[in-house]
Write a protein that binds this ligand. Structure first.
Ligand code: NAD
Length: 250
């Protein structure tokens, strides 16, 4: 995969979930293309590894993005100019169908995958609107395209990410701020996806055996995320880009 030298020179980009998987691959590509990156993750050891192993201008912020106070620390680390925000951090559910949802699973999945995304996006918008420029990329999922890719909490959260993305694009594209989402299929990362429901296993198992495309590499998602963050996608806003090996076409 070839990088685009200097594509993000002079730009500051915030990446949540930057310690692992798709977020880490996004950080690596951004710094290789000249960005200054604020990498946010709740897992301090992952951020320590990132800054040890990856050359480039990376400021690590250890934060649980569901805590409202984390937003101030992230903005403080970024400084007054914010060119991009990649809302990558997310967690899975346990493939629970509706009748089997525990309140704490529902609350946590929605808090991480949706509410934290809204708070951080809301917080960076004033800086972007002041300059009349900015790009926000949200990570959705194939589970945001259909009902048969996860449990109900995760599926609900990722459908909501699509609505959040298109609504944000509607309101702010005329003011120079683009907002898009990528919808990955399976990707080889550290995300945990334990099957906690017997009925989900029976219902999803046969579909998973026949319909799922090969597992992608995080770098393949980072390529799409950085493209959407960059000026190369200057005329793209409100898109939900399936980066799923063709799963959405099945
Ligand atoms: N891996 C897949 O197959 C797949 C498929 C579709 C969508 N996605 C989405 O891609 C995104 C990235 O997932 P990944 O697969 O790279 O997973 P990952 O677990 O490898 O990386 C996610 C990172 O987010 C961090 N994180 C989780 N909760 C956080 C919080 N509250 N505050 C700060 N950081 C937090 C984790 O510590 C982790 O380092 C998620 O939104 C996920 O829903 C992944």
């Amino acid at each position: 995969m070839s990088f685009v030298a200097h594509r993000f020179a002079g730009c500051t980009v915030i990446v949540t979930g930057g310690g692992a998987g798709i977020g880490r691959a996004t950080v690596e590509r951004l710094v290789a293309e000249g960005a200054r990156v604020i990498a946010v993750d709740v897992f301090s050891e992952r951020l320590a590894l990132l800054t040890d192993e990856v050359q480039g201008d990376i400021t690590a912020v250890v934060a649980d993005i569901t805590e409202p106070a984390s937003t101030d620390r992230i903005l403080e680390a970024a400084g007054p100019r914010i060119d991009g925000l990649a809302n990558v951090a997310g967690i899975m559910d346990g493939f629970e169908p509706t009748a089997e949802i525990a309140d704490e699973t529902w609350d946590r999945v929605l808090a991480v995958n949706l509410t934290a995304m809204m708070r951080l996006t809301r917080a960076v918008l004033p800086s972007m609107l002041d300059r009349g420029a900015g790009s926000i990329v949200n990570v959705g999922s194939e589970a945001g395209q259909r009902g048969s890719a996860a449990g109900t909490p995760y599926t609900t959260s990722k459908h909501a990410v699509n609505g959040f993305t298109t609504s944000t694009a509607f309101f702010y594209t005329p003011k120079g701020v683009r907002c898009n989402a990528v919808a990955p299929g399976p990707v080889a990362t550290s995300i945990e996806a334990p099957f906690r429901s017997e009925w989900a296993g029976q219902r999803l198992g046969p579909l998973f055996q026949t319909n799922i495309p090969p597992v992608a590499r995080p770098e393949e998602l980072a390529a799409a995320i950085t493209w959407l963050l960059s000026d190369d996608a200057s005329n793209v806003s409100g898109a939900i880009l399936a980066v799923d090996g063709g799963w959405a076409s099945i």
